[in-house]
Design a protein around this ligand. Structure first.
Ligand code: NAI
Length: 469
């Protein structure tokens, strides 16, 4: 196999950045250049004070050790392509907004333009690795594009190497991955390329955790893993509705069910619904794939996982309105947390936006606090989510603050939308003293100790518990 000496990563986002920073850290003998078309993103990766474009625990430390040594960030895409032996394509693959497959299929135009760029500028043979999550058989399109456009004498091997890191724990996931999956054609060249990439991971990942499979299995495994993870959440959320209606407690149910070693305890926490850039997109992608393959029953099965998630968000919003005496018009609600989960500043598909939009539809006033999300990001997300509202109208109803206690001051209700640990440490007695009475807390993340809060005087409603508030 090729001895990989230089790696280029196209796409300096949530995946390309941390993944290739860790490769650089663990493989000091390999030069890693991460490129992006977005100048401000690259500037942030290069910033002298390490104010990186994404927040991820442990990331700064990794970049501090490797940047300038064998890790570089640049907008000179062509140069990095040309110098490398191996290229990761780690660009975004969002859900298509218009045209065929709109709302379901993956928008592959970023993958295609990155691939075309490789074909146009490469003057030597390369291993091209799909890191982005893509529909099954995308590697074949990449091959066709590369082979039809490359210079004479250049040969491309295409691998699939989907990324399984989770935002918020990305660095730990990359240091100790459950598995690294590498898909290749089962030809001698394909297997050689696969061995070259396995050699890179071999610098820190135990051999038995590097799985080598066929290309299509590798592509499909990523969609399958996300679909099954999201399905667990939707299953437990569906059960949380039954708990609320019967008086059962979803925490106890999860605990009991998770004790079964065939099921396992992880990822069984009820919540206001999953968010993030991947779960919904990847399931819709699977739904679209199933439909294109004339498998409507399979498509409907996976579709239901997303439908259940939407139901959970609207069910939670409705329960806030009902509990606040069936009207929240003109009332003041604090929303704690805006990120789609704790330990990230990422807001893509965050449940918080859906909740706020639903509260605004009732003309409630909303005050938001999140420890990590940029204020400008919140305004951008809210304007996109509420196309009928002007920014001025939004700013009349929504206030963004930098302190959780201030967020809750004079409010009728507090809604916990993200499971940030710091919300546990809030001085809830002070919060209570400053709220309108009765003071309600709606815990959408099973975060706080409801009994403790009730002792203070709060009326507490927790997802998946049938008790009276
Ligand atoms: P992102 O949007 O944060 O980053 C993608 C970057 O690619 C952007 O900075 C964009 O400017 C750049 N880009 C797009 N086209 C380009 C081109 N032609 N040349 C150079 N740069 C280009 O996206 P993120 O979250 O990093 O996701 C990337 C892929 O990884 C997606 O397919 C996603 O589904 C997948 N993935 C994401 C995970 C996550 O937790 N965010 C986890 C596992 C996989």
């Amino acid at each position: 196999p090729v001895n990989v000496k230089k790696i280029c990563c196209i796409g300096a986002g949530y995946v390309g950045g941390p993944t290739c920073a860790v490769i650089a850290l663990k493989c000091p003998q390999i030069q890693v250049t991460i490129v992006d078309l977005n100048q401000s993103r690259i500037d942030a990766w290069n910033s002298p004070d390490f104010s990186l474009p994404i927040y991820e625990p442990g990331l700064v430390e990794v970049v501090k050790q490797a940047r300038g040594r064998n890790l570089f960030f640049s907008t000179d895409v062509d140069k990095a392509i040309n110098e490398s032996d191996l290229i990761f394509v780690s660009v975004n693959t969002p859900t298509k907004k218009t045209g065929v497959g709109a709302g379901f299929g993956a928008d592959l135009h970023y993958v295609e333009s990155a691939t075309r760029r490789i074909a146009a500028v490469a003057t030597s043979s390369k291993i091209v690795v799909e890191k982005s999550t893509v529909p099954c058989r995308t590697a074949e399109s990449m091959r066709t594009i590369l082979e039809s456009n490359c210079r004479p004498g250049c040969h491309f091997d295409i691998l699939s190497n989907p990324e399984f890191l989770a935002e918020g724990t990305a660095i730990n996931d990359l240091f100790k991955p459950d598995r690294v999956l590498i898909g290749s054609l089962q030809t001698p060249e394909g297997k050689n390329a696969s061995a070259a990439l396995a050699g890179v991971y071999g610098n820190w990942v135990p051999k038995e955790r590097v799985l080598t499979v066929g290309l299509w299995s590798s592509e499909l495994s990523k969609l399958a893993a996300n679909a099954m993870l999201a399905q667990r959440i939707s299953s437990i959320n569906a059960l949380s509705a039954i708990c609320e209606a019967t008086g059962a407690n979803i925490d106890e149910v999860s605990h009991a069910v998770g004790f079964d070693s065939r099921i396992g305890p992880k990822f069984l926490k009820a919540s206001v619904g999953f968010g993030g850039s991947c779960f919904q997109k990847d399931i819709l992608n699977l739904v679209y794939l199933s439909e294109s393959l004339h498998l409507p029953e399979v498509a409907a099965y996976w579709r239901q996982v997303v439908d259940m998630n939407e139901y959970q968000k609207s069910r939670f919003s409705r329960s806030v309105v009902e509990t606040l005496f069936n009207t929240i018009t003109g009332k003041h609600i604090a929303v704690l947390g805006f990120a789609f989960k704790a330990d990230t500043g990422d807001t893509r598909e965050t449940a918080a936006v859906t909740l706020i939009r639903n509260f605004l539809a009732e003309r409630a006033y909303v005050t938001v606090y999140d420890p990590k999300v940029e204020v400008s990001q919140m305004w951008q997300d809210l304007t996109e989510a509420c196309p009928d509202w002007t920014l001025e109208q939004l700013q009349k109803y929504v206030t963004i603050v930098h302190d959780p206690i201030e967020a809750c001051k004079d409010k009728e209700a507090v809604v916990i939308a993200t499971e940030w640990k710091e919300f546990l440490e809030i001085d809830w007695q002070t919060v209570y003293n400053h709220m309108s009475k009765p003071a309600f807390v709606f815990d959408g993340r099973l975060l706080v100790d409801a009994e403790k809060l009730r002792k203070i005087g709060f009326k507490v409603k927790v997802i998946g518990r049938g008790e009276r508030v």
